[in-house]
Design a protein around this ligand. Structure first.
Ligand code: DGY
Length: 326
C-alpha cells in the first residue's frame, strides 16, 4: 500500500466528513472552477494534482494536459460524459464513478416526473397557491391515469430497471424497454419486454429516457422519433439533455402530438433563462436533481471518496469506469 501524502484537487465542495477522510491522508485543495473566484486556485492546483474528485464541471483533454501528475479522477456521478475518455485511457488515468448508490433515488425522481406530468400536479399546486381554486375542478384541469398505461424505457441499466419495477409492480404498467440486449429480471417476468426503439416509441403511453450519453445516443430523440411516439404520449428525460433534440421536442409539444414532457436534464445547464422549455405550459422542468436527496448525495460523495483513496493507494477502487483500454 502506498502511504505517500499526495495532492488532491476537489473541484466541488465535499461533505465535511468526506473532506476529513481525504485530508487525513493527503493535501487537499478545494476549488470549484465554475465559481469565478475559485478558478485561479483550481488552475494553480491542477499541475500538482495526483487525484481529482468532483462533478458537474467538465474536465476536457486540454485541462488534463495541464495535470501531468494525475493518477485518478473520482467523479461524484454515475455519468462520465464530462470526461475525455480516450485521453484518460491513453495516459492510464483511473476514472471512478458512483453507480448503484443513486439508482433508487433517481428512479423515484423519474417516476415523480411521470406522476407530475400525467396528473398535472405542478399546474394544480400552482392553481391552489395562486388562489385560483374557487370551485370544483373540472375536466380542463383533470389529469390522465398512470396505472395500467404502457411504460416505455430507453436504456435498461440499473436506473431503467428500477423505473420498470416501479411501473410494473407498483402501477400495473406493461413495460417495453429498448436496450442492446434483453435482461431477464425474474421479478418482472411476463411484465417487461425487450423491443426495438421504434416499437417502444410507437406503443408506449409514457417514454422515460435513462440512457447514458455517448456517440450512439447523442441526438437519439429527434423529429422522427417524436413523430413515432403515440399521439398524446408523455416524454420524460432524466438522463442527459444532449440525447434529445430540444427544438424537435418543443415542436412535438406545440403541435399537440405530445401531451407533456418532464425534464430533469437539458442540453445547457443550468437552463438558460431564455430557454422556451423553462416556462412552457406542457413542460415540467427540474434542475438536474435526479439523485438530489440528502442521503443519496452523501452516499455518492462517500463512494467517490473511497474510490479516490483506494486509487491513490494503488488499490482497486470500488467502482472504476472502464474507459476503453482499461
Ligand atoms: C449522475 O450521477 O450522472 C447524475 O446525473 C449527476 O450528474
Amino acid at each position: 500500500m502506498n502511504t505517500e501524502r499526495k495532492q488532491v484537487l476537489a473541484f466541488r465542495t465535499l461533505p465535511p466528513d468526506q473532506l476529513a477522510r481525504i485530508s487525513a491522508l493527503h493535501e487537499v485543495t478545494v476549488a470549484d472552477p465554475s465559481i469565478p473566484a475559485q478558478r485561479a486556485a483550481f488552475e494553480e492546483a491542477l499541475p500538482k494534482a495526483h487525484g481529482m474528485i468532483g462533478s458537474v464541471f467538465p474536465i476536457d483533454a486540454a485541462m488534463l494536459a495541464r495535470a501531468p501528475r494525475l493518477e485518478v479522477i473520482s467523479s461524484i456521478s454515475v455519468g462520465v460524459d464530462n470526461y475525455p475518455l480516450p485521453a484518460l485511457d491513453a495516459r492510464g488515468i483511473v476514472l471512478c464513478h458512483t453507480p448503484g448508490v443513486l439508482t433508487e433515488t433517481t428512479a423515484d425522481t423519474l417516476f415523480g416526473l411521470v406522476m407530475a406530468c400525467s396528473r398535472r400536479l405542478v399546474d394544480l399546486a400552482q392553481l391552489v397557491r395562486e388562489g385560483g381554486w374557487k370551485s370544483n375542478i373540472g375536466p380542463d384541469l383533470f389529469g390522465w391515469d398512470v396505472h395500467g398505461k404502457t411504460l416505455g424505457i430507453l436504456g435498461y441499466g440499473r436506473i431503467g430497471q428500477a423505473v420498470a419495477r416501479r411501473g410494473a409492480l407498483g402501477f400495473g404498467m406493461p413495460v417495453l424497454y429498448h436496450a442492446r440486449r434483453p435482461h431477464e429480471l425474474p421479478e418482472l417476468a411476463g411484465r417487461a419486454r425487450h423491443a426495438p426503439l421504434e416499437t417502444v416509441l410507437a406503443q408506449s403511453d409514457i417514454v422515460v429516457v435513462t440512457l447514458p450519453l455517448s456517440d450512439e445516443t447523442r441526438g437519439l430523440m429527434g423529429e422522427r422519433q417524436f413523430a413515432t411516439m403515440k399521439q398524446g404520449a408523455i416524454f420524460i428525460n432524466g438522463a442527459r439533455g444532449a440525447i434529445v433534440d430540444e427544438a424537435a421536442l418543443l415542436a412535438a409539444l406545440d403541435s399537440g402530438h405530445l401531451r407533456a414532457a418532464g425534464l430533469d436534464v437539458f442540453a445547457t445547464e443550468p437552463l438558460p433563462l431564455d430557454s422556451p422549455l423553462r416556462r412552457h405550459p406542457k413542460v415540467t422542468p427540474l434542475p438536474h436533481v435526479g439523485s438530489g436527496t440528502h442521503e443519496t448525495r452523501h452516499a455518492m460523495a462517500e463512494l467517490a471518496t473511497t474510490n479516490l483513496l483506494r486509487a491513490l493507494a494503488g488499490e482497486e477502487p470500488v467502482a472504476r469506469y472502464a474507459t476503453g483500454g482499461a
